[in-house]
Design a protein around this ligand. Structure first.
Ligand code: HEM
Length: 433
């Protein structure tokens, strides 16, 4: 591929044509394009921002929040949440405080119970999808609509605390917010308005849930039954910053959903797709799925996701003049106001940092896996995420008949959106009629 020759041949004054070529190639030949950039122009300045493609430089951007802030999507996120949120802010006062709070509300201790919850809900959804297919004379079902999305939403209901909010509502509203905040680079006004309206609906639904909890519908024995209950019962010691009032708790809970629902749904699908594309890895993952070594199994899922992460790249706003990759051949001065794209999907294939990056190696060091982000804003829901995503995939692999269709028929269908909407898998069982 010689993307750069083609790109450079377009006059610098024709920004639209340059950006058009970049976006089209990123969509159709992303891995090859990124490989070329890493080798020839690892810090790539374009009219829509500077693409940072090598591991050390991505780590530098994501670990220096006083220079590289979340100011690119932060304002839209807060508009959609109708209030402040950690992923929209940087700094010692707000981000530090609310992230610390979130770490306590989403502790490592949740890993095992969330995994059991996911297993139960996933088995139930697989049974239901199988029954529906058989009753309708089908031998396939839609993995996204009938399995991944409802399971993720059900976990959100039972674990996070979106009690009595229908699964489909959680999924579709959070998708509209996600799209407006994170995948709307040209600020399409319809996408934006739809996301902001969806955020308001979520806010009002959660206000209702909180109101009912306050009215005494929570558990009687004092044990918090979910993350929302924990937040409502938490009293911070004096001198540790502001209490989270009901509005702030609302923003936290809706923010968690935005950080989770589409991510979990898509990851459960792309991990299966990547495994299915590698028969040897799939066979070994199937074998491990039935055993006790869940950590070994999980390695297959996270390695699969390295090849297709939910968040390939995250933008940051450079707010102070800064020299990136100082003292290396890639050294680049960046002016305040520059948008920088920390390309995590590229960094995970950086030949100079990651050993044999194109090989599928489930026992890689997690240091090189950026699927859950990196640095100041890395995924604060990482413990539940590490339980939910692998377990959703594991429950499927325990059913040998449930597999993607081979060939183009088995491709994921995005239906013109940034998110996979349909993914056909076999049931492995015969229809009733
Ligand atoms: C299920 C798979 C998940 C994936 C793939 C994922 C991925 C990510 C990524 C890549 C980031 C960094 C974003 C950036 O730097 O711009 C992030 C941040 C975040 N995630 Fe997750 N996430 C998942 C699950 C969750 C869960 C379960 C929660 C909460 C219940 C959550 C809440 C958050 C929050 C609040 C942040 C922002 C943290 C901060 O600003 O300091 N995520 N996530």
């Amino acid at each position: 591929m010689d993307f750069l020759a083609e790109y450079d041949a377009i006059p610098q004054t024709d920004a639209a044509l340059r950006v058009g070529l970049l976006r089209q190639r990123m969509k159709t030949e992303g891995p090859a394009l990124l490989r070329e950039l890493r080798a020839r122009r690892p810090v790539f300045a374009t009219p829509v921002g500077v693409f940072v493609t090598r591991m050390p430089d991505v780590v530098e951007v994501l670990s220096t929040p006083d220079v590289f802030t979340v100011g690119v999507y932060g304002p839209t996120l807060e508009e959609a949440l109708h209030g402040p949120f950690m992923l929209a802010r940087d700094g010692a006062d707000f981000h530090w405080h609310d992230r610390a709070h979130a770490q306590l509300m989403l502790p490592a201790e949740d890993f095992a119970p969330v995994r059991r919850l996911t297993a139960r809900l996933a088995d139930h959804a697989l049974d239901r999808a199988d029954r529906a297919a058989r009753a309708e004379g089908r031998t396939t079902f839609d993995y996204i609509q009938e399995y991944a999305a409802p399971v993720a939403a059900r976990v959100a209901s039972e674990y996070l605390g979106f009690t009595d909010v229908p699964e489909e509502t959680l999924h579709t509203l959070s998708q509209r917010v996600q799209w407006a905040v994170f995948v709307n680079p040209d600020r399409n006004p319809e996408v934006h308005a739809s996301g902001v309206a969806a955020g308001k609906e979520l806010h009002d639904l959660v206000a209702g849930v909180i109101h009912r909890r306050r009215a005494g519908t929570g558990t009687a024995d004092g044990t918090p039954r979910d993350v929302l209950d924990r937040m409502l019962r938490t009293v911070l010691p004096p001198g540790t910053g502001p209490e989270l009032d009901e509005e702030r708790i609302n923003h936290q809970l809706v923010g968690y959903l935005i950080g989770y629902q589409q991510n979990a749904t898509q990851c459960a699908a792309t991990a299966l797709k990547e495994l299915a594309a590698r028969p040897d890895a799939l066979a070994e993952a199937e074998r491990l799925a039935g055993g006790d070594d869940t950590a070994a199994f999980d390695g297959y899922v996270w390695e699969a996701l390295r090849f297709h992460p939910f968040v390939p790249s995250t933008p940051r706003l450079c707010v102070r003049d800064h020299v990136l990759a100082a003292g290396t051949p890639r050294e680049t001065p960046l002016a305040a106001g520059t948008v920088v794209h920390a390309h995590m999907a590229s960094a995970m294939f950086d030949e100079t940092a990651v050993d044999d990056p194109y090989a599928f190696r489930p026992d890689r060091t997690p240091v090189h896996n950026l699927v859950l982000g990196h640095g100041a804003h890395d995924c604060v829901g990482k413990y539940p995420a590490r339980a939910i995503v692998p377990e959703m995939v594991r429950r499927v692999l325990l059913r040998p008949g449930v597999r993607p269709l081979p060939g183009p028929e088995g491709a994921m269908d995005y239906a013109g959106t940034p998110y996979p909407q349909h993914y056909t898998v076999t049931t492995g069982t015969a229809p009733l009629s």
